[in-house]
Design a protein around this ligand. Structure first.
Ligand SMILES: [Fe+2]
Ligand SMILES: [Fe+2]
Length: 411
């Protein structure tokens, strides 16, 4: 068989559905080797004989259902991309599938959408041209949250007087849960016309039952850091991300834009959490390089040296694989190289970059005289010049400093 082609396996107990897919996907025959199975057992046999890149499975099937099949595939072939294609809008099934699926599609699926989802996931895999990284990211079902979120969430969930809004108010500050809930709500399973980018809407849409299950049953809180690092520490990353989120949202007056900026800020460094969870050996190396260089090698340079890419790309790849809205992926991807986004007006990517730079600057500079302040050298000079920001930076820094002080009292 042609090695340049990718292997895609479709599983459905209804032969008619498989025949329909065969006909509609005939045009992909030069790029895809397609396999079709009418049961979980047949699918597992095919996977054991062929290296399957992507599996697209129905949920409701006799003998072995889709969730069980995908669970087995995840255990035995963790680097196969797993997509659900289901017409079975059952709450239990969705919940079970959440743990083992990268993306959901609902029947009847538009052929072009199906092709797009499969290709997009594969391109991503190719971009991550490093088997270790591919495996690390494809394997991830959840990212860790800090234990404080867990105890807060438990007490709100146990208190009947609390509302969905109160639950959202806790989840909103937690990057791992936010990313997971955005993945679920934006999956094609829910058929939304416009993507949901903020957690308040996601929480209302998904409902308390699903939120409870996702939050409390997925081991997001049972995380023990395997390495002690100055640069990758879950609590520090969480605090930093909340500060960036709050500062970035202060740049806007419009509520929707405020919320988008908040979520993008919260998730911009999620790649660091990915590394913390899956690549502790890499973190040790990076830590060693920075310490040995006595700070002359930056974190980004060290990451690039060891991984060939940075936490920015890693985070963006995970968010992309999870089907999180593009805007959020874009800010994660480009927050350290904002020049890549060459828009006429200041873009959200630039705002996240500026907020990130200022928050870092304020953390690293011990004494800052607000009256004498005129610049923050961590902000890209190109961005400052292009968007005429020089005069505005001191006010932004003052605003950020007040915000950080405020956050110190709350977090
Ligand atoms: Fe970053
Ligand atoms: Fe950052």
């Amino acid at each position: 068989m042609d090695n340049l082609k990718i292997n895609v396996l479709f599983v459905d107990d209804e032969p008619n559905i498989l025949n329909g897919l065969k006909t509609r996907l005939y045009k992909m025959r030069d790029k895809w080797n397609m396999f079709f199975a009418t049961s979980g057992n047949e699918a597992l046999k095919l996977i054991s004989e062929n290296k399957i890149d992507v599996i697209v499975s129905d949920m409701k099937m006799p003998q072995m259902d889709g969730a069980t099949l995908l669970n087995k595939v995840q255990e035995m072939y963790p680097d196969t991309i797993r997509i659900v294609l289901s017409g079975y809008a059952d709450y239990e099934a969705v919940l079970r599938a959440i743990k083992v699926t990268h993306q959901y599609l609902s029947k009847p699926v538009d052929t072009n959408l199906l092709i797009e989802v499969v290709e997009k996931n594969l391109n991503l895999k190719k971009l991550l041209n490093n088997e270790k990284l591919q495996k690390a990211i494809i394997k991830i079902q959840n990212l860790p949250s800090i234990p404080e979120t867990y105890s807060k969430l438990l007490s709100v969930l146990a208190d009947e007087s609390k509302t969905l809004k109160d639950v959202a108010e806790i989840i909103k500050y937690d990057a791992a849960l936010t990313a997971k809930l955005l993945q679920i709500v934006n999956s094609a399973y829910y058929n939304l016309e416009t993507p949901i980018t903020n957690i308040e809407d996601a929480v209302v849409y998904l409902g308390l039952g699903l939120i409870c299950n996702v939050s409390l049953s997925m081991e997001v809180f049972n995380f023990k850091e395997k390495v002690i690092s100055d640069f990758y520490n879950l609590t520090k990353i969480q605090k930093h991300s909340i500060n960036v989120a709050c500062v970035a949202s202060n740049f806007f007056d419009d509520n929707k834009k405020k919320e988008d900026a908040f979520v993008s800020g919260l998730l911009h460094d999620i790649g660091k959490t990915v590394m913390l969870k899956e690549l502790p050996d890499v973190i040790e190396k990076i830590d060693g390089i920075i310490k040995k260089s006595e700070g002359t090698i930056t974190l980004l340079k060290a990451e690039e040296g060891v991984l060939g890419l940075t936490h920015a790309e890693l985070g963006a790849y995970l968010l992309d694989l999870w089907g999180v809205p593009y805007e959020i992926i874009n800010t994660a991807m480009n927050h350290h190289i904002p020049e890549r986004i060459n828009t006429e007006k200041l873009d959200l990517v630039h705002i996240i970059h500026i907020s990130d730079a200022i928050v870092n600057f304020l953390y690293e500079s011990k004494e800052i005289d607000l009256e004498k302040l005129d610049f923050c050298d961590k902000i890209s000079k190109t961005i400052i010049e292009k968007y005429n920001l020089k005069e505005k930076i001191p006010d932004c820094i003052k605003m950020a400093q007040q915000q950080i002080e405020l956050n110190k009292k709350s977090f």
